[in-house]
Design a protein around this ligand. Structure first.
Ligand code: SF4
Ligand code: SF4
Length: 548
């Protein structure tokens, strides 16, 4: 393989990473890829870095591998692994093809060298780092390329795929095939969709017109890796004697980092796509080992190296806060019945009057506490995508401004399936820890609270008990309330010790607009007691004759 083939190698590797990542977000049929989500997403820079800061193990050290690769080969992460980077390449390729059609303006059919925007780039990086160490990940949430890509796919592409699936169901049925089935729409959160759309428009426009300008002006990961690549070992260099300035390399350089006048390649902005190597018709470009150069033209400044070392040291210092997920215990797994199809919901005759007083958001099981969750989640919405009950929805200001768009549990559209641990299997940042099923079934994310004055048993003197019926741990008991001439009325009573806050009762409760039973979040998750199995006493009357 010659250096000209590096471009082809890059394209194949990038396609594999891109397709796997895309499929993780779109896999609504659960083809099993989410079980290996950790391996698929191991090299995603920011998720891995955050996971490492929380839990310094090799399994969370993908970002170190990325940094080492950058020190050797330059910003290969940006061209081989980053889904937003590869997505930009696809957009810019499509745009250039379109503009290259005969009769159309050829302006964007080729790139040209451009000047760097270091001030903006480093300002974004500095602000991101400063805010992060000040305790807010807002900049990361908005600009981390993996999370931006995740939100675009979750909120814009996934609904299209689900819509296409649902349209295809009747068509296939007419042909006698039942390979597809209808699926529910994702919960629509205007702010999340709006931000995803805005990101797509900015990234799409920049990549269509200017290649990787987003990566080289706004991306904090690009800026950090650019600093590392400044001291990388292998770099593309122009051989002044062999280069006749035909501009072929400059025209395919989407980073705009080739300066033919000076015969230099700006290694900080170079995203290691190797397009230039393939395009050069002669021997004008070569890969050179800069660590072997006797005299370097641009030695890394000690100040900058100190900044990088300081950053790494700060990260290592924070890496000791591993959270113990608690011992493994077993519990019965009986899932609540789907309240939508349940016929037992009582009819309410007048609206409820007492609002639920939720004291805070409910973070997913495995997140340990709201504070921990909010500090680690980058709002990539992979958990939102895979949640089969659609109860993980992007929050607005529930976690504060810095937690904008991070997912919270919302039981208006469903409940947390007692047996499900899909979100625990996919989170790449470690914001949601992977617990065993038994462990998850004892995590108390919140506790059910009962408002008697809203309950139809109290307001309408009618039987209900939907909450108790749908509680998987039987934490909602029905106790004696009133004896009427024709019947006994029972009313709910919550046992907070075994309640896990799954929202089964809240979702099932038929009262409107306010629920008579709702889950209030635990700021720090607790461990619920194991529900006690009641033995069903079954007496067989053996005195009678065998009936048949
Ligand atoms: S909690 Fe969800 S949104 Fe946040 S980083 Fe993990 S998977 Fe992404
Ligand atoms: S609290 Fe329980 S019993 Fe009362 S209305 Fe809601 S579901 Fe029915």
């Amino acid at each position: 393989m010659t250096i000209r083939h590096l471009r082809r190698l890059r394209i194949w590797i990038a396609l594999v990473f891109f397709m796997l990542t895309l499929f993780l977000f779109l896999d609504f049929r659960d083809f099993g890829l989410r079980v290996i989500a950790g391996e698929v997403l191991y090299l995603q820079f920011v998720p891995s870095l955050l996971q490492f800061l929380d839990n310094a193990t090799l399994g969370a050290a993908g970002f170190i591998l990325v940094l080492m690769l950058t020190l050797v080969f330059g910003r290969v992460y940006c061209s081989f692994v980053c889904p937003l980077g590869i997505f930009q390449d696809l957009i810019s390729r499509l745009a250039r093809k379109r503009m290259a059609n005969p009769g159309e303006k050829k302006r964007t059919s080729r790139f040209s060298g451009s000047r760097p925007h270091y001030f903006l780039w480093y300002a974004v990086l500095s602000l991101t780092v400063l805010l992060f160490f000040a305790g807010t990940g807002l900049m990361l949430n908005l600009l981390d390329p993996f999370s931006s890509f995740g939100r675009i796919v979750s909120h814009l592409f996934r609904p299209l795929v689900l819509g296409a699936n649902n349209l295809g169901v009747p068509l296939l049925e007419q042909l006698g095939s039942h390979a597809l089935y209808r699926v529910q729409w994702p919960v629509f959160v205007p702010a999340a969709t709006g931000i995803a759309l805005a990101t797509l428009m900015v990234v799409g426009w920049l990549s269509a017109r200017h290649g990787r300008l987003y990566c080289n002006t706004l991306c904090p990961v690009g800026a950090l890796l650019g600093l590392f690549s400044k001291i990388s070992m292998f770099r593309i260099r122009i051989a002044p004697d062999a280069c006749d300035s035909c501009r072929q390399c400059q025209r395919v350089c989407k980073a705009g980092c080739i300066d033919l006048k000076e015969k230099t390649v700006d290694v900080r902005r170079c995203v290691a796509c190797f397009n230039c190597l393939a395009a050069c018709p002669g021997q004008g470009l070569a890969i050179q080992n800069h660590w072997r150069q006797p005299a370097r033209q641009n030695p890394a400044k000690p100040g900058r190296r100190g900044f990088l070392i300081g950053l790494a040291a700060a990260g290592m210092g924070l890496g000791s806060s591993r959270v113990d997920a608690g011992p493994v215990n077993s519990a019965d797994s009986s899932d609540p019945v789907d309240p939508v199809n349940s016929a037992d919901s009582a009819v309410q005759t007048r609206p409820t009057t007492i609002p639920e007083t939720r004291t805070g958001p409910i973070s997913p099981p495995g997140s340990v506490s709201v504070a921990r969750f909010s500090s680690l989640c980058t709002a990539c919405h992979l958990c939102v995508s895979v949640c089969p009950s659609r109860i993980l929805v992007p929050a607005l200001l529930d976690y504060g401004l810095s937690g904008m768009l991070q997912p919270k549990m919302d039981f208006r559209s469903g409940h947390c399936n007692y047996d499900c641990k899909d979100c625990l299997e996919v989170c790449p940042t470690g914001a949601i820890l992977p617990l065993s099923r038994e462990n998850k079934q004892q995590v108390q994310v919140g506790v059910a609270r009962f408002i008697k004055e809203n309950c139809v048993v109290y307001t309408d003197n009618t039987n209900c008990g939907a909450c108790s019926e749908h509680c998987p741990t039987k934490a909602v008991d029905m106790v004696h309330y009133l004896t009427l001439p024709d019947r006994d009325l029972l009313i709910p009573k919550v046992n907070p010790d075994i309640c896990v806050g799954c929202g089964g009762c809240e979702y099932a409760c038929p009262t409107k607009p306010y629920k008579a039973i709702y889950v209030d979040g635990n700021p720090v998750h607790r461990k619920a007691e194991k529900p006690v199995e009641k033995a069903v006493e079954q007496r067989i009357d053996t005195s009678e004759e065998f009936p048949f």
